[in-house]
Ligand binder design. Sequence first.
Ligand code: DC
Length: 231
Amino acid sequence: MTKITIAIDGFSSTGKSTVAKRLAKHLGYTYVDSGAMYRAVTWYAMKHNFINKERFDIDSLVSHLDDIHLNFVFNKEVGFAEVYLNDENIEKQIRTLEVSNFVSKVAEISEVRSQLVKQQQKLGKGKGVIMDGRDIGTVVFPDAELKLFLTANAENRAKRRFDELIKRGEKVLYDDVLKNVQERDYIDSHRTDSPLVKAKDAIEIDNSDMTKDEQFQIILDLVNKTLKEKS
Ligand code: DC
């Protein structure tokens, strides 16, 4: 059976990973969360005090990039692959608002990007891959058979992220989450290296007023249409 590569890009908290995970399960594809890789490098930088509120020692982080070994290990209980940094499961640590507050700065660094893009391309070699992020359709897999670009208004996205963080037991304020979403939108789409832009051949889906099921169905129809065209 033909297998394709599916690239899902878009602003933060547009529900990319939720729909990608469900799609991967439905199709028997591999799901790769490229944002988790940028978050893992950020976590490493925080742990080594290369980044904090006062300063960001870019040179030290860049000189330690070869010491950062990332892995994805499928966890049957949660139904997706969790991220490991040097053999430590850091799936929970990378989802905090603190990591979110630094990650866009780390993702601006070209050396970080080129290192992670190489790994992402390796992970997608065999096709049958769904990867979500900011530059998947433009840089990582410019030849992906199906490219999606998800959008939604910032308030809806902040509310989704806020609910998620509260559910996980984090003590956060909605206004701080909204501020983080807006700041990341700005940095992610204005950086020099691989800014978040919609690929020319990507299909845009605004899910502000869609249920998860509605969005899933729309995307599944697009996948089936693409598979038909390719077979
Ligand atoms: O998808 P996410 O919110 O977990 O991503 C975290 C950050 O990582 C996001 O603000 C920008 C960066 N990122 C990126 O620059 N390129 C990617 N392919 C994925 C994420």
